[in-house]
Design a protein around this ligand. Structure first.
Ligand code: FES
Ligand code: FES
Length: 145
């Protein structure tokens, strides 16, 4: 099996079986709404943050397979991470979109590496990570370390 096929399968799996899709009924620390201005697709990200750590993250939204699978991966990957670790992950993701090869503990993310070759799709893949950055800012603004 070619690497591209494997990557495509990982992306489609997250698209069809999104992890952490939904909304917390209560107790979320931050909620971020963002859209991709080029297509209008949107995401709402909620996170529960306690003692400087992301306890859980959930998302809802409408978007293409790249944007939704990226959100699925991101919300899984940040679970249990400190805000600074989550921010570092967002930095690494930016690197991935520039064609760099950062390693992710949550390896599925690396399936999105091919997106870096398609500038129009980078915004799709980055939408959830931009929401994460805003969520981290908001949580820090609330006094979370
Ligand atoms: Fe967004 Fe195809 S659905 S680029
Ligand atoms: Fe809209 Fe990909 S086409 S997020």
């Amino acid at each position: 099996m070619q690497l591209d096929d494997l990557y495509r399968r990982v992306i489609m799996d997250h698209y069809k079986n999104p992890r952490n899709r939904g909304q917390f009924g209560e107790g979320e620390s931050v909620a971020i709404d963002l859209n991709n201005p080029t297509c209008g697709d949107r995401i709402t990200l909620q996170m529960k943050v306690k003692d400087g750590k992301v306890e859980a993250a959930k998302f809802v939204g409408e978007g293409c397979s790249i944007s939704m699978s990226s959100a699925s991966m991101m919300t899984d990957a940040v679970k249990g991470k400190t805000l600074d670790e989550a921010l570092q992950m967002a930095e690494n993701f930016s690197g991935l979109m520039k064609g760099e090869h950062p390693e992710f503990e949550y390896e599925d993310i690396e399936a999105l590496s091919g997106v870096s070759k398609f500038p129009a799709r980078i915004k799709c893949a980055t939408l959830a990570w931009n929401a994460l950055r805003k969520g981290i800012d908001q949580a820090k603004g609330q006094g979370e370390a």
